[in-house]
Design a protein around this ligand. Structure first.
Ligand code: PMM
Length: 257
């Protein structure tokens, strides 16, 4: 899953792709690099980020999705607003990647059920504005797993087909560096949820916590953690650097065979 951020303030590509034309070109480039899914987002979820009104988010993502639909990858929309998801589905998106796991908008679960799209349910403690203020867990893996199990049940109860439900531990969302490392170490435990597992470590700050690197110097850490996650059963890796991560995963799995 390649990341196409259409935001002026995402921590990793700092508004480079705010312009729709640049975002479309970037999405096509990620498909050429081998992305099977493009995750198009118009609202930054980085720590401390402010929310974006639905009409502004729509203005950012819909033209990009219209152009990228049919370009060889499935389109995912990274949003927690049902109005944005509905317009994105009309424009060609088939996956709704909701960092609130369908808790952010009362209309989201029924929309996913009615339109029969895949819903990515991600764990987050708190909200993006406050989530990095001293997150505490007794056992981060047990708590993330219990949360995701509860959200899968809620999605099923709303009528979303089981095969349309994916789960994600939400690396960096209300977690310290140690919490993120523990989740990756014990990623196999989340396989027990029985749903496809999405993992996004790309350029995140816990990599910098380990080695002091800046966001634009975290490719090595992104590759290491992505290869690790794949070897522990991740089905989808959400990354900015599709070609490099694909190559690393291909070589690691060839060696493991
Ligand atoms: N991370 C970000 C945004 N959306 N969605 C899912 N499912 N999983 C993630 O780990 C995730 C996400 C933040 O990263 P960005 O600002 O670089 O897009």
């Amino acid at each position: 899953m390649g990341v196409v951020n259409v935001t002026p303030d995402s921590f990793s590509d700092g508004g480079l792709y705010l312009d729709a034309g640049a975002a479309i070109a970037h999405g096509r480039e990620l498909v050429a690099q081998g992305a099977a899914i493009l995750d198009v987002g118009g609202e930054s979820t980085r720590p401390g980020a402010e929310t974006v009104p639905a009409d502004e988010e729509l203005r950012r993502v819909v033209p990009v999705i219209e152009e990228l639909a049919g370009c060889g990858a499935e389109i995912s929309v990274d949003t927690s607003k049902a109005a944005v998801a509905a317009a994105a589905i009309d424009a060609g998106a088939t996956i709704v990647n909701d960092v609130t796991a369908l808790r952010g908008d009362a209309g989201m679960a029924s929309l996913c059920a009615e339109r029969d799209v895949t819903a990515v349910l991600m764990h987050m403690l708190g909200n993006p504005r406050t989530m990095q203020e001293d997150p505490v867990y007794e056992d981060v893996v047990d708590e993330v797993k219990a949360f995701l199990a509860e959200r899968v049940e809620a999605a099923l109860a709303a009528g979303i087909a089981e095969q349309r439900i994916w789960v994600d531990p939400g690396i960096g969302f209300g977690k310290t560096a140690d919490h993120n490392l523990e989740l990756l170490r014990r990623l196999g435990e989340l396989r027990e949820l029985g749903r496809p597992l999405v993992v996004g470590t790309s350029r995140k700050s816990f990599i910098g916590r380990v080695d002091g690197s800046a966001p634009n110097r975290r490719l090595g850490g992104t590759i290491a953690t992505s290869v690790w996650a794949a070897s522990r059963g991740a089905d989808v890796l959400r990354v900015h650097d599709v070609a490099d991560v694909r190559q690393a995963v291909a070589l690691a799995s060839a060696l493991l065979e």
